[in-house]
Structure formats: C-alpha cells, structure tokens
Design a protein around this ligand. Structure first.
Ligand code: FAD
Length: 408
C-alpha cells in the first residue's frame, strides 16, 4: 500500500492529510509534528486566544485523525531526509519509507541578534507554549515591550492593552507595517494604538537587548533604557528549511517549488510558510507567503497534486489582522502599484485599490470595524484574479457596486 508522509503538523500539514482522504486516497498517511499538541490554529495566539483560552484552538479533534486513519505523531521531529532511498529519519530513532512526501515545516520566529536565547523575559511568539508564557505577564501592573511594529507585535500590543498591561512598542523604521501595508492604513493603526495608551516609538533602533534582575532591559540608540517584565520580539519569521537544505533540495527564500508545489527532488512536495513558489497572476514572480489561508489552500492543493491532479497554484494572496475592534484585510500584492484609489465604505471603513501603470488592479487593502471590508475585499480578489483593469472612477464611487465591475 502507498505511504504518504507529511512533515510538519501545522495548518498546512493537517489540511493536506485530511484532503488526501477527502480526495479518495486509501493508502497510509503519517503526519509528523515536533510540537506536543495536535495541529492547532496560530492566528488566535496573538488575538483572543492570547486573551482567554488555556488550550490551543485545535484544527480537528484527535478522533478525526483516527476516523480518517491518519497516523498523527506529535512531539517527534524529522531529523533527516534521504531522497534517493525515499526515507525519513525521526527523532525517536525510527525511519519511515515514503512513496510521496510533503514538507509543511512552516516558519520560526526570527531571533534578535545577540539577545539571550533562553530568557523567560525575552520571548517571541510562534507556538502555543510561547503564548502561555506571554499571557502570564499580560495584566495590570506589568509592562510589555514589543520589539517590531509588524502584525504580530501590533496584535499582541492591542491584546495586552485590553488585558490592562502597559505597552511600549519600538519600531526601527519610520512607521509601523512598512512591509505590505499602505501608509494611510498604517497611520490609522498607529493612531488607534496611541489612543489606547500604547507608547509607540518609530524610527528608533535598539542598541542592545539583555536580561537583568528579572527584567528585560532594552537600550535604545538615543541612550534611553527601557525595563520591561517581558520583551516580545516581533521582527518576522524564517522558513524552516534545514531538513530540505541538508537533503540538497533547491532553496530560494524557502524551499523552492514549481507551480504544482513540487520541489527539486522526486516525489517531494512543499507547501505553506516554508516554501516559495511562482505566482502566475504576477507574471510568475516567486513569492513566499506567511498567511493562514495560503497554508490551508496549499495544503489542499499539495494533496491533490500528490495524487496526480497536476493543478497549478492560482489563488490570490489574502491576509487579515485583528487589532482592537478593527480588522485589516489585504488581497493581492501591491508592489509595482503606481496608483492608489480610495473607496469609503462608511462607519470609518475604507478600501485602497492599488493599480499598476496600465491600470491593472494588483491589490486591495481595507480596514474597518468588524467585517466591514470583507465583502468588497472578496470582490477585489476576484477582480485581481481576472486581471481586470477596472474604471478608476467606478472604483472610488461608493454607489457603484464592485460586483458590476466584475461583470464588465
Ligand atoms: C501569532 C501568529 C498570528 C498569526 N496571525 C495570522 C493572521 O491574523 N492572519 C493570517 O493570515 N496569518 C496569520 N498567521 C500566520 C499563519 O498562522 C501561518 O501562515 C500558518 O500557521 C502557516 O502554516 P504552516 O502549516 O505552513 O506552518 P506552521 O503553522 O508553522 O506549522 C509548521 C509545523 O511544522 C513543525 N515542524 C517544523 N519542522 C519539523 C520537522 N523537521 N519535523 C516535524 N515537525 C516539524 C513545526 O513545529 C510546526 O508545528 C499568524 C501566525 C502567528 C505565529
């Protein structure tokens, strides 16, 4: 009987395992994960999950793996990969032979240079375990220092304020969310954080990050010294490529795959945060996405292609972030955009459409309370997928429904 092995029991690996069964695969499936838990959702770790729940939000109940005859190995790491022998070695000393393999190893939080690696006061946030440690200090009378004004840092800052902790956030660049978020939206988010009492400092670099007397100590470039009960490092993530690299798979900003999610080694696929892939709607440009929906969709697509479907990646990138009462949604990739058009949606919500020099819609970014931008972002996504060149006047006119542009 064929044996399909999935390394990485996160969003992507779990979705792939279930998708294999849903698509009729009746061979053996082994899903291997380093973490002690069954696969769980990461987005809640910086949002409500951090505020309330003691357990992670599992992607599926344990019984679902049993029902689907998916052998789930938790707390076990794949330590090496022999592509010629089609075999994987595991941290418990065992070896597994595979017919097809999926690498869904995800990403790890980037460490701050020269900061103590094991300090309880200097942490990053990637796992449920990280979230539990962080949650313990998010209470009145405690001080959190967030290093980096990216999505995770900002979401944690919002959650920390909601739980009553003092928050200072230090960003080295001149504004938060410099990567991928338009200035208007970033300013709005920064203002919201300041209104809620976050001491937000931009354009300040950090000279050193150390631990002293049970505190994190941050020395800024202006010689100011900040003490905090915990410093949360939120300076991005690196793809987990070590296993693939040691097995001599091609690496290019992640495990390089083609548009079918095939790696350079026979019978090995890669998907989710760990891989870079060519995106046809942007001229085959190679990208690596760190996004929940991408991990889900690529898990499902990898499963189909492991079964021989031969389907290309076609999804438009999509990402969301929740901070306070606001939700930000971004679809597409805005690099190369020269025109940015605004459509107001009421209740403080708006969308920016990003167009290239020929008027093609490349991306849309929207922000507003709750779900205010969801429907229009979904329509923008469909316009992007259709490579549409929408009428700029119609994009900005609130009384023109985006749906009509799609029909056009
Ligand atoms: C705090 C936080 C908040 C987020 N919020 C959002 C959000 O609001 N919106 C959004 O779109 N995205 C968000 N994301 C991103 C989203 O969660 C990721 O894109 C998604 O989890 C990627 O899934 P993945 O399966 O590719 O990788 P991961 O979820 O990283 O899973 C990979 C798994 O593989 C395991 N692994 C790695 N190497 C091995 C090995 N050799 N052997 C065995 N196991 C291994 C890892 O331990 C891990 O459990 C957030 C991420 C974090 C951390």
């Amino acid at each position: 009987m064929a044996h399909f092995v999935i390394i990485g029991a996160g969003e992507c690996g779990a979705r792939a395992a279930f998708a294999l069964r849903e698509k009729g695969f009746d061979g053996d499936i082994t899903l291997i994960g380093s973490e002690p838990h069954a696969p769980y959702e990461r987005p809640p770790l910086s949002k409500v999950g951090l505020a309330g729940n003691a357990d992670p939000k599992f992607i599926a109940a344990r019984e679902s793996y049993e029902a689907g005859k998916i052998r789930l190995l938790t707390g076990i790491t794949a330590t090496s990969l022999d592509t010629a022998a089609h075999a994987v070695s595991l941290s418990d000393g065992s070896q597994l032979a595979y017919d097809r393999l999926l690498l869904a190893t995800g990403a790890s939080a980037r460490a701050f240079p020269d900061a103590p690696a094991e300090s309880p006061h200097i942490r990053s946030l990637r796992t449920h375990h990280d979230a539990v440690t962080l949650r313990a200090i998010l209470q009145p009378g405690k001080r959190l220092a967030v290093i980096g004004g990216g999505f995770i840092g900002l979401e944690v800052a919002a959650t920390a304020r909601q739980l009553g902790a003092d928050v200072i956030l230090v960003e080295g660049l001149e504004r938060v969310l410099k990567r991928g978020v338009p200035e208007d939206i970033a300013h709005l988010i920064a203002a919201r954080h300041r209104t809620d009492g976050v001491d937000l400092r931009c354009g300040v670099s950090i000279e050193s990050l150390t631990e002293q007397d049970g505190k994190a100590v941050i020395r800024l470039s202006n010689d100011e010294v900040i003490g905090a009960d915990l410093a949360l490092i939120g300076i991005g993530a690196w793809p987990n490529i070590e296993l693939a690299e040691a097995a001599r798979l091609v690496i290019d900003n992640g495990i390089a795959v083609d548009d079918r999610l095939r790696t350079s080694a026979p019978d090995i696929f890669a998907a989710g945060d760990c891989c870079s892939f060519p995106l046809a709607i942007y001229g085959g440009r190679r990208v690596r996405l760190e996004s929940w929906r991408n991990a889900q969709e690529q898990g499902t697509l990898a499963a189909a292609n492991m079964l021989g479907a031969d389907e290309p990646v076609s999804a438009v990138p999509w990402f969301w972030s929740d901070q306070y009462e606001m939700t930000l949604q971004i679809t597409g990739l805005a690099d190369g955009a020269v025109t940015h058009l605004r459509r107001d949606l009421g209740e403080g919500a708006f969308i920016l459409f990003h167009l290239d020099a020929e008027g093609r819609l490349l991306a849309a970014s929207g922000i507003g309370p709750g779900n205010a931008v969801a429907r229009d972002i979904r329509l923008a996504e469909m316009l992007i997928a259709a490579r549409a060149h929408p009428d700029p006047a119609a994009l900005t006119a609130r009384n023109v429904k985006l749906k009509t542009l799609l029909a056009a």
